[in-house]
Every structure is written in structure tokens, then in C-alpha cells.
Design a protein around this ligand. Structure first.
Ligand SMILES: *[C@@H]1O[C@H](CO)[C@@H](O)[C@H](O)[C@H]1NC(C)=O
Ligand SMILES: *[C@@H]1O[C@H](CO)[C@@H](O)[C@H](O)[C@H]1NC(C)=O
Ligand SMILES: *[C@@H]1O[C@H](CO)[C@@H](O)[C@H](O)[C@H]1NC(C)=O
Ligand SMILES: *[C@@H]1O[C@H](CO)[C@@H](O)[C@H](O)[C@H]1NC(C)=O
Ligand SMILES: *[C@@H]1O[C@H](CO)[C@@H](O)[C@H](O)[C@H]1NC(C)=O
Ligand SMILES: *[C@@H]1O[C@H](CO)[C@@H](O)[C@H](O)[C@H]1NC(C)=O
Ligand SMILES: *[C@@H]1O[C@H](CO)[C@@H](O)[C@H](O)[C@H]1NC(C)=O
Ligand SMILES: *[C@@H]1O[C@H](CO)[C@@H](O)[C@H](O)[C@H]1NC(C)=O
Ligand SMILES: *[C@@H]1O[C@H](CO)[C@@H](O)[C@H](O)[C@H]1NC(C)=O
Ligand SMILES: [Cu+2]
Length: 579
């Protein structure tokens, strides 16, 4: 039986009273307010044993976890102590219904938070599930500014699967070069690619092989494999118990595969939605996605097992990231003597496509999609150049963020703040060969946005294509702000406007906020434009978004309440900032 939640805003932006209604009982649950005081600061850390500058929250990376219950109001007072750098934090997977200004997307929903300033985010977590937070300014996320959000069901509500313990694990890739050096290379002519990451991190810990460092100028101890800080993450389990692992990926580049040696996993949640359970040996996970899997500690308890992450979809250069599945009471530092899992073949696109297709909404928790849509937007993903600068484009338009955030520009009628010409809804799909190197050396860049009819149903077809290298296409995980969308289907090759929609899953499609478009393939999504605000939709690969791989949707902006002046102060909004 599905639950039904009724939330009523009793005092705008302050308190949301949620009533949980079931067929049997009607208990009233008053939502709580959870306050956090965070200071964002550069610190020296050694996540993979090499000491470098990272951005930490209250001294930690990953930052503190937000643990809340459905309907709670989260208040984060964020102090920017970066000295010379702006910041903004996005609450990934939280729809921000009624609070679009708290989405944390610099240039879209707010001005950046200046060094020394304190900014308060305030929003309601209206659905249970596994979510994330991370920096959304420049390429700052890669510097370590991220963490997890876990929203539990209300008291007295049972989840549709039993488990004994609940653990959150964030997977990441890790670069030794600073985000500045990477961003500079990406926006240079000639182009300097960031390359593959040096390490893979499990819950903020990895192990770089210090012997690979050749620079004689390094002071001793800069790379130190015995630092406790970079000892492998140990997940300690009690024999016989079942663990819910909330696995999330916030990689800058890599698609990952997660595996626990000798243990199967049952997938039960994706991006905050219950999944019709299915068993996997290993799980593909793309940047911005979250999954819950159930694992039973039912193997020989006399030893520990590896947890392993491997790069898939790109030819791996980065070594396997390792952690320990530690059976109590074995020592949590005792490595198994077995060979760690190497994951599926990195280039097995069929395997990844099949796993994507296996993710369906759980019986009893299906929210059926509208059967038709009002508008179809096809987004061709290509790599190209603008005046010799390497870019990513969508329908030949490479996205650039305006200096004045859209939300403010639209509410205040600042029509000069961004390009008023909307980007195209389509591309020349009759003549465009998705398998050949893009022949468009001069794409255009634009800050134009898609304006959606409020409450209309919108289909998005993500169409992948060849990059600027022969026979090469990349996996792009697309993330939508402010919404969950139904995943109607995945396909290979060029989307067929007439036949492919006939095979859409309108029965039990999963709802998600992040979805991959596989190499040379397409992915079809549907959502209802019912959340007043301005929302980014972009590739979650840090360098791709930085290079223009994104779009912005506006819907019902006239319904948005009065904007807080704290989000203003940049671009054309300087005069609106009343401190
Ligand atoms: C670390 O790198 C060195 C130098 O290339 C190599 O000899 C050694 O086997 C590597 N160690 C591991 C654990 O991979
Ligand atoms: C490496 O780290 C260990 C453990 O913290 C410490 O005892 C040792 O002195 C460090 N080595 C160097 C060269 O700094
Ligand atoms: C994992 O699942 C596969 C396929 O269902 C099965 O053959 C295998 O025995 C399972 N392994 C474990 C450790 O349960
Ligand atoms: C996948 O890559 C391996 C080497 O990494 C190669 O041997 C194999 O032929 C590739 N398979 C396909 C289908 O391209
Ligand atoms: C912006 O324009 C709309 C529509 O013309 C109008 O209703 C609204 O009052 C204007 N807002 C401001 C701040 O001028
Ligand atoms: C992109 O623009 C170029 C140059 O104007 C044009 O040749 C190409 O066909 C366009 N590509 C698409 C997919 O519309
Ligand atoms: C691309 O644009 C540049 C600068 O506007 C121009 O010099 C060049 O000829 C153009 N290239 C092509 C292939 O159109
Ligand atoms: C949005 O559309 C749905 C379906 O047509 C309708 O039930 C709902 O009342 C509409 N909501 C608003 C706010 O217009
Ligand atoms: C690209 O792929 C096609 C089809 O698989 C193949 O015929 C061709 O030789 C490949 N080209 C290169 C340069 O690898
Ligand atoms: Cu991408």
C-alpha cells in the first residue's frame, strides 16, 4: 500500500506541518527544525595519503552528514572562510518546493557567498531517502566540499524492506592538481585535459602509491602511506546481520562500479525512490546518483573482505579503490589476502545498459507518469569548439552562466541579465550522424533558457553522439534540480521519434534525479513542470558542466514568493542587497 502525505504550509517559509495519512491511523507528526553551523575552510588533508589543500566543512571532508526525518526543516548557517574564494552549496535531490532560492546553484538561484560572509540555507526535506550536498560554484566540488543527507521515514512508518543497520558511503575520484589548475587547463587554448584521477575514494579514503611520485622537491612525509587518515574505510559488520548501504557517487569524472568481495547486494532504493528489488554482484553508479543496497553478512566470518570501486566506461588508468568489509571481531585494518575484485569489463556497455534498464519502481510505490506529454525537447550532446576553445554543447549551444542569477533576473525583470533567445528544442536529427566526429568547429555559446509552461508535462530525450575523437562517445550522468523525473527508457543509437516512444515504460518507471545517457545511446525522461522556480539540468561531470554541458528550465517563476535579499548582491542585483 502506498503512503499518502499531506503537507500544509502554515507559516510561509518557516514551518511545514506534515500529516501522515494511512488507511488505518491518522497520527499527526510535527516536523522538527534541524540547525547546522558550518564553516567552510581550506585545510591540509591526505585523503589518498598525499597531502594537499582541500575544502573542508568544520574540518572534515566528506563534511558532516545531515540526518533528518521526512518533513523536517533544515537550516544550515554557512560561513565562508575560504579567504579568497566564493562558495555555494547545492542540496542534491531535495526539490526545494517553495524555496527555490535555497537550491544553492550559483548563477541560477543565488549569488555566490563571498569570503567572510555567512549565508543561511533553509529548506524542507519532504521525502525520505538518500541525498547529497556539494559545492555548486566553479569546479569547487572536486576540492572535497561534499557530504550526505539521509532522510528517514516518519515514526511509525515501516520501510518496505527490513534491515538491521544503516550506513552511508560516498564514492569519489580524486585529483592531485587543484581545481584552479584543472579549470585553467580546460579553458586554455590549446586545451589541457584534466586526465584521469589519481585515486578513487571510498568515504573519503583512498591510497595513492607514493613511490610513483618522482618530484625531488617534495618534502619528506608529504606522501605517507602509513598515515591513519588514509587507512582504508572499514565497514564493520556483525555476522548474520543485514546492512542497508546508502551508496552515492560524487565523482568529478569517473563512472564507477562498486562491489563487495563474495557478497551479493539487493538494490532497493535509487535517488530517494524504492526500487523493485533485484540482486547484483556489483553496482554501476554514475556521478550524482544514490542507491541503497541490502547486504547480508552471511559469509565466512573468520576473515575480512574487500570493498572495491573500479572505473568503468573510460579505459581505467586509476587503480582500484579499496576498503574493507570487516567482520566483527576481526581487526578493521586486516587486509584480506585475496585479490580485490576488478569489476566488470570497463567497455561492456551492454552490461551497464542492462543494469540501468533493470531499475524499476517498487510495486506499491509506483507513481505512474502522465501518459502523454505537452512538449518534447531533444538534447543532442556534442563536443566541439568555439574559437578554438574546447567546449561541450547541447543542440550546438554551449551553456554559459550569467553573472546575474536567473531566478533574480526573472523576478526583477532584468531582461539584459541573460540571453533572451531560448536554445533550440531539437537538432537536425535527419542529417546529423551521431557516429561521426562533430563537424561543428564553431558552436555558439549562450545563457538562454527553456521556459516551460507551468504544470505542463515535458519529455527530455538525451541523445548521445561522437566526441571530437574518432569512434568515441562518453557516458554523461544528467542531473535535474527541483524535480524527480520518470525514466521512460534507454536505447542504443539514434532515437526514433516515431517508434521508440511506443516502447516507453509507462507502467512502473523509476523516478530519479540523475540518469546516465550511455555511449552512442539515448535516454528518455518525463517530468511535470510543477515546481515554481529556475532549475539547472546538467551533466554531473564537473569538467563537462564547466565546459558548457547544461541547460536551465524556468517554470512558474511568477508564482515564486518574495526572494530573500541574502541571495542578491552580484551582477545587476547589487542594488537589491539589503544587508
Ligand atoms: C608502486 O609503484 C612502484 C613504482 O612504479 C611499483 O614498483 C610498485 O609495485 C607499486 N606498488 C603497488 C602497491 O602498486
Ligand atoms: C608517516 O606517518 C606515520 C604515521 O602517522 C608517522 O609515524 C611517520 O613519522 C610519517 N613519516 C614521515 C616521513 O613523515
Ligand atoms: C549471488 O547471486 C548469484 C546469482 O543469483 C548466485 O549464483 C550466487 O551464489 C550468489 N552469491 C552469494 C555469495 O550469495
Ligand atoms: C574491451 O577492452 C579490452 C581491453 O581493455 C579489449 O581487449 C577488448 O577487446 C575490448 N572489448 C570491446 C568489445 O571493445
Ligand atoms: C515584472 O514584470 C511582471 C509582468 O510584466 C510584473 O507583473 C511584475 O510586477 C514585474 N516585477 C518587477 C519587480 O518589476
Ligand atoms: C551546428 O552548427 C554547425 C555550424 O553552423 C552546423 O554545420 C551543424 O549542422 C550544426 N549541428 C547541429 C546538430 O545542428
Ligand atoms: C570560427 O570562428 C572564427 C572566429 O569567429 C573564425 O575566424 C573562423 O573562420 C571560424 N571557423 C569556421 C570553420 O567557421
Ligand atoms: C497540474 O496538472 C494536474 C494534471 O492535469 C492537475 O491535476 C493539477 O491540479 C494541476 N496543478 C496545478 C497547480 O495547476
Ligand atoms: C570506427 O569503428 C568502425 C565501426 O566499428 C570501424 O569500421 C572503424 O575502423 C573504426 N575506426 C577507427 C579509426 O578506429
Ligand atoms: Cu558529461
Amino acid at each position: 500500500m502506498g503512503e499518502l502525505f499531506q503537507c500544509r504550509r502554515v507559516s510561509f517559509g518557516l514551518l511545514v506541518l506534515c500529516l501522515f495519512v494511512s488507511l488505518i491511523t491518522v497520527p499527526a507528526v510535527e516536523a522538527r527544525i534541524r540547525r547546522y553551523k558550518w564553516e567552510v575552510k581550506y585545510e591540509y588533508k591526505s585523503p589518498d595519503c598525499l597531502k594537499k589543500l582541500v575544502i573542508a566543512i568544520n574540518g572534515r571532508t566528506p563534511g558532516p552528514s545531515i540526518l533528518a526525518q521526512q518533513g523536517d526543516t533544515i537550516i544550515v548557517e554557512l560561513k565562508n572562510s575560504l579567504l579568497t574564494e566564493n562558495v555555494a552549496i547545492h542540496w542534491h535531490g531535495i526539490r526545494q518546493i517553495g524555496t527555490p532560492w535555497s537550491d544553492g546553484t550559483e548563477g541560477v538561484t543565488q549569488c555566490p557567498i563571498l569570503p567572510g560572509d555567512t549565508f543561511t540555507y533553509k529548506f524542507v526535506v519532504d521525502r525520505p531517502g538518500t541525498y547529497l550536498y556539494h559545492a555548486h560554484y566553479g569546479m569547487q566540488r572536486e576540492a572535497g566540499l561534499y557530504g550526505s543527507i539521509r532522510v528517514s521515514v516518519p515514526d511509525g512508518v515501516a520501510e518496505p524492506f527490513p534491515y538491521d543497520y544503516d550506513r552511508s558511503i560516498i564514492l569519489n575520484d580524486w585529483y592531485h592538481k587543484s581545481t584552479y589548475e584543472q579549470a585553467t587547463g580546460l579553458s586554455s587554448r590549446p586545451f589541457v585535459w584534466v586526465g584521469e584521477p589519481q585515486s578513487l575514494l571510498i568515504q573519503g579514503r583512498g591510497k595513492f602509491n607514493c613511490s610513483l611520485l618522482t618530484s625531488p622537491s617534495l618534502e619528506p612525509g608529504v606522501c605517507n602511506a602509513t598515515k591513519p587518515e588514509c587507512s582504508p574505510y572499514a565497514l564493520t559488520v556483525i555476522p548474520g546481520k543485514t546492512y542497508r548501504l546508502r551508496i552515492a557517487s560524487l565523482t568529478a569524472l569517473s563512472a564507477l562500479n562498486f562491489e563487495i568481495e563474495g557478497h551479493n547486494m539487493t538494490v532497493v532504493e535509487a535517488d530517494g525512490h524504492y526500487v523493485e528489488p533485484f540482486v547484483v554482484k556489483n553496482l554501476n553508479i554514475y556521478s550524482g546518483e544514490t542507491y541503497s543496497v541490502l547486504v547480508k553478512a552471511d559469509q565466512d566470518p573468520s576473515r575480512n573482505y574487500w570493498t572495491a570501486v573500479n572505473v568503468v566506461s573510460r579505459k581505467p588508468v586509476t587503480p582500484t579503490g579499496l576498503g574493507l568489509f570487516n567482520y566483527y571481531p576481526n581487526h578493521p585494518r586486516k587486509s584480506p589476502t585475496t585479490i580485490p575484485p576488478t569489476g566488470p569489463l570497463w567497455n561492456d556497455t551492454e552490461y551497464r545498459l542492462a543494469q540501468s534498464r533493470a531499475i524499476k519502481a517498487r510495486q506499491g510505490y509506483i507513481h505512474p507518469p502522465p501518459v502523454t506529454s505537452d512538449r518534447v525537447i531533444v538534447l543532442l550532446n556534442t563536443q566541439n569548439e568555439i574559437d578554438g576553445y574546447r567546449r561541450w554543447s547541447v543542440n550546438n549551444v554551449s551553456f554559459t552562466l550569467p553573472h546575474t542569477p536567473y531566478l533574480i533576473a526573472l523576478k526583477e525583470n532584468l531582461t539584459h541579465a541573460f540571453d533572451q533567445t531560448p536554445p533550440p528544442d531539437n537538432y537536425d536529427f535527419v542529417n546529423y550522424d551521431i557516429y561521426s566526429v562533430a563537424k561543428n568547429p564553431n558552436a555558439t555559446s549562450s545563457s538562454g533558457i527553456y521556459r516551460l509552461q507551468f504544470n505542463s508535462t515535458v519529455d527530455i530525450i538525451l541523445q548521445n553522439a561522437n566526441t571530437m575523437n574518432v569512434n568515441n562517445s562518453e557516458t554523461h550522468p544528467w542531473h535535474l534540480h527541483g524535480h524527480d523525473f520518470w525514466v521512460l527508457g534507454y536505447g542504443k543509437g539514434k532515437f526514433d521519434m516515431f517508434n521508440d516512444p511506443k516502447n516507453y515504460n509507462l507502467v512502473n518507471p523509476i523516478m530519479k534525479n540523475t540518469v546516465p545517457v550511455h555511449q552512442f545511446g539515448w535516454t528518455a525522461l518525463r517530468f511535470r513542470a510543477d515546481n515554481p522556480g529556475v532549475w539547472a539540468f546538467h551533466c554531473h561531470i564537473e569538467s563537462h558542466f564547466y565546459m558548457g554541458m547544461g541547460v536551465v528550465f524556468e517554470e512558474g517563476v511568477e508564482k515564486v514568493g518574495e526572494l530573500p535579499s541574502s541571495i542578491m548582491g552580484c551582477g545587476e542585483t547589487k542594488g537589491f542587497h539589503k544587508p
